[in-house]
Design a protein around this ligand. Structure first.
Ligand code: PMP
Length: 478
C-alpha cells in the first residue's frame, strides 16, 4: 500500500541530538520552557501535565522533543492526525494554498477550496445522507459543531430537551449561548450507554444492550416518565473519552429505529471516530445507520482546526446567521482536510485501520491474560483502550474489579519514559488509550506494543502490594 514515511519508521527512545531550536536555546532550553509554561499557563491545562515534553519536530508517528528524544505518538492530537504528523500530502496542500495567493481568511464566503472540501467530504458520507445533505461550517472546534447541531434540531423540531448517554463526551462550551442571551441551557435526559465490561445492569453482552434500549424506549413512551419528546438524541458510535467503548451495531440500529419512529432527529458525534479511525470511513457505516445530523471535526481538518455539521436538508429551517462565528472559513484547514480525506479514501486506510486494529487488540488480549491488572481490552479499528483495575480490591459481589487510575497514570508515565505517548481516559481515568495514525506500519505497531508491554510490566511491579502504595496519584483525563 502507498503509505510511506521518509522519517525513520521507528526511532529509538534514546538521545538523538540536542535539537532545542533557536527559541529554546535563547530561553534557556526545554526545561526552562516547561518551567515557564507551568508558571504562566492556566491551572486548567491538561495534556501538558502528564506529557512534559516540548515538541520541536514531527513526522508520521514520531515526535522529536527539544530534549533530543524521539517519541512514538499514539495520542495523535487526541485522534486528530489521521495521517500522523506533517504528512507530505498535507504539507503539499498547505504550501499550494500559500503559494497561490488565495486569501486565508474569508469568513463563510464561497471559495474554490471550500467547494473542493465539500465535494470530497460529501463523497465519503453515507449516500442516503449525502444525496440530500446540507453542510454548516462552524467555529473551529468540535464543541462548536455540537452546539450548532443542538441548535439546529431544536429549531427544526420546535422542541427542547435532548437525549444523551452516560459517559458521553461532546465538548466544553456549555455556557456560551446562555451567556450571550441566546438559547437557554439544554435540558438533558441521560440514558444508559451499553457497556460490555461495566454493564450498568450487571449482565453485559447483548442482554445489557437490550435492557439499555428498553429503558430508552420506556422513557419516551411512558406518559408519566417525566420526559417529553425531545429535540434530538446525540450519541457516539464508539465513546472515546468515556473509555473507548464501542456500541454494538444492533444497539445503534435500535437507536435509529427508536428515534425515527418518534420523529426525533438522531445526531451522531463522529468528531473522534471519523475519517477511518474505527475501520470504516465513518463509524456509523459499521451498523448502516444513517443519522439525521453528523458532527465532524478533528481529522477532517488534516491537523488544522475545522468543524462542520452535515444534516438532512429538511432540518435546514434555521434563520440566516443562526449559527455564526468569525473563524468558519479556514482555507488552510480546508485544503489540508481535502488532502487527508482523499488520501484516506484512495489508500483504503479505513480498512487498514480495521485489520491492524484487530491485530493490536489480539496482542493486547494476550497481555491481559498475563497481567491480572488488565481488566479489559477493547476498541474498534485504531481506537483502542486498555482498562486497568485492582484485582485485589474486588469484593465478593463485584462483577469486575474496581478501576485503577493511579496504575493507569503510572503506565502512561512508564510509556513516556520508553518514548511512547499514550492518552488516558474513561470514567475513572483508568483506561490507557491508543489512537495511532492510520498510516501506522506493522513494524511501528510492534514497536508500540513492545514498549507498552514493557511499561505495563514496570508499572505493575511498582504497584504490587508488597512494594507499598502507588507512587503516583490520578490526574485529569483530558
Ligand atoms: N465530541 C467528541 C466525540 C470528542 O471526542 C471531542 C473532543 N475530544 C469533542 C466532541 C470536542 O471537540 P473539541 O475538543 O474540538 O471541542
Amino acid at each position: 500500500m502507498a503509505v510511506t514515511e521518509s522519517a525513520p519508521a521507528v526511532a529509538p527512545a534514546a538521545q538523538v541530538r540536542n535539537t532545542t531550536g533557536d527559541a529554546a536555546d535563547k530561553g534557556g532550553g526545554y526545561e526552562a520552557i516547561l518551567r515557564r509554561q507551568s508558571q504562566r499557563e492556566s491551572a486548567a491545562r491538561t495534556y501538558a501535565r502528564s506529557l512534559p515534553i516540548v515538541p520541536v519536530r514531527a513526522r508520521g508517528l514520531t515526535i522529536e522533543g527539544a530534549d533530543g528524544r524521539r517519541y512514538l505518538d499514539c495520542l495523535s492530537g487526541a485522534g486528530t492526525l489521521a495521517l500522523g504528523h506533517n504528512h507530505p500530502v498535507v504539507l503539499e496542500a498547505i504550501r499550494k494554498v500559500l503559494d497561490s495567493g488565495a486569501p486565508l481568511h474569508v469568513l463563510d464566503l464561497a471559495t474554490p477550496l471550500k467547494d473542493a472540501f465539500t465535494s470530497e467530504l460529501f463523497a465519503t458520507l453515507p449516500a442516503e445522507l449525502a444525496d440530500n445533505a446540507r453542510i454548516q461550517f462552524c467555529g473551529p472546534a468540535g464543541t462548536d459543531a455540537v452546539e450548532a447541531a443542538l441548535k439546529l434540531v431544536r429549531t427544526a423540531t420546535g422542541r427542547d430537551g435532548l437525549l444523551a448517554f452516560t459517559g458521553a463526551y461532546h465538548g466544553m462550551t456549555a455556557g456560551a449561548l446562555s451567556a450571550s442571551g441566546g438559547a437557554t441551557d439544554v435540558r438533558v435526559t441521560r440514558l444508559p450507554y451499553p457497556q460490555q465490561y461495566r454493564c450498568p445492569f450487571g449482565v453485559g453482552g447483548d442482554r445489557g444492550a437490550e435492557l439499555a434500549a428498553r429503558w430508552t424506549e420506556s422513557l419516551l413512551d411512558d406518559p408519566k416518565s417525566g420526559v417529553t419528546t425531545p429535540a434530538g438524541m446525540i450519541v457516539e458510535a464508539v465513546q472515546g473519552e468515556g473509555g473507548v467503548i464501542p456500541a454494538p451495531d444492533d444497539w445503534m440500529r435500535r437507536m435509529r429505529r427508536i428515534t425515527a419512529d418518534r420523529s426525533v432527529p438522531l445526531v451522531v458525534d463522529e468528531v473522534q471516530t471519523g475519517v477511518g479511525r474505527t475501520g470504516a470511513f465513518w463509524a456509523v457505516q459499521h451498523s448502516g445507520v444513517v443519522p439525521d445530523v453528523m458532527v465532524l471535526s478533528k481529522a477532517i481538518g488534516g491537523s488544522l482546526p475545522l468543524a462542520v455539521i452535515v444534516y438532512r436538508s429538511e432540518l435546514d429551517a434555521w434563520e440566516p446567521g443562526a449559527h455564526a462565528g468569525t473563524f468558519r472559513g479556514n482555507q488552510l484547514a480546508m485544503a489540508a482536510g481535502t488532502a487527508t480525506l482523499a488520501y484516506v479514501r484512495e489508500n483504503k486506510l479505513a480498512e487498514r485501520a480495521g485489520i491492524l486494529g484487530a491485530r493490536i487488540l489480539g496482542r493486547l488480549q494476550g497481555l491481559a491474560a498475563a497481567h491480572p491488572c488488565v481488566g479489559d481490552v477493547r476498541g474498534r479499528g485504531l481506537m483502542i483502550g486498555v482498562e486497568l483495575v485492582d484485582p485485589d480490591a474486588a469484593g465478593p459481589d463485584d462483577p469486575v474489579p474496581p478501576a485503577a487510575p493511579a496504575l493507569a497514570l503510572a503506565v502512561q508515565q512508564e510509556c513516556l519514559a520508553r518514548g511512547l505517548i499514550v492518552e488516558l481516559g474513561g470514567r475513572h481515568s483508568a483506561v490507557v488509550r491508543l489512537l495511532p495514525p492510520l498510516t501506522l506500519t506493522d513494524e511501528q505497531a510492534t514497536a508500540v506494543l513492545d514498549r507498552f508491554a514493557d511499561a505495563l510490566a514496570a508499572a505493575e511491579r511498582a504497584h504490587t502490594p508488597t512494594t507499598g502504595a502507588p507512587r503516583t496519584t490520578p490526574g485529569p483525563s483530558h
